[in-house]
Design a protein around this ligand. Sequence first.
Ligand code: ZN
Length: 312
Amino acid sequence: MSKEILFLKPQLKDVVWGGNKLRDEFGYEGAGDSTGECWGISAHPNGDCEIKNGTYAGKTLSALYAENRELFGGITAEEFPLLIKIIDAKQNLSIQVHPDDAYVKEHESCPYGKTECWYVMDCPEDASLVIGHNATTRDELKDMIHEGRYEELIKNVPVHKGDFLQIVPGTVHAIKGGFTILETQQSSDITYRVYDYGRLVDGKERPLHVQQSIDVITVPDNADKDALSHTDGLADNTMNQLISCDFYTVWKMNVTDKVVVDQKYPFLLASVLEGKGSVDGTPVNKGDHFILPAGYGEAVFEGSMELILSTV
Ligand code: ZN
């Protein structure tokens, strides 16, 4: 039973569509003008976060998960199962789709497919995201992809700040420029690029994963109706559940006073989206990511801040 809060050192990713918010708004050390992703809590080999403080300082999350499984309630998942990111999209991301666990086990050398969910931290007024598509049969999907009829294929869904979206494998989706998103996802980095707007990166188009996309895209798809929920009117000073699925449970918590959180889960992941405060007297600030380990028990959150919390 550990009463130690584990803070993580984020892994930053510079990408063609990234912006400067992760440096200028969140103050992440090493972030620049085109940093698109902050992997705040990750044990993935493409961005394995180090523990910043305390007994386990300097250890990677993957090593901690391998060697100190008691901190994670002794769960048996072969790799640490979740990955938490803040995404700053200055420009559109490619239109993409993710495979499920069964598909990656057969076709990729990694254990997890990718179910992901987004809390929209910020976006322009009258914004939309690409969610789902218009093909009614797989043959029609193939024709539309092979003929490059992407504008006809994709659906755009109106989205507002504070909305929440669950993106299941097989859903065609794209984050657009202007969005800042907190993503909770399975620990997977497998993305099949359906369309990249013909954009040139270093003088050439990035490869599309046409066959894999046709394999995994759900047809027909109702994601444009099913994925989105609104979070207006959530109560302050309590954990408000946004989703619970096979892979994770995610909560939003707005702290304006003193909140006692009972950490009774295998672990509880926390990211501060806005504001500042403390957890059992330890200061926490916008952009901090931390883990309350198994057996932590009651934790007192105080201050003025917004958080996203998650567990398996
Ligand atoms: Zn995605």
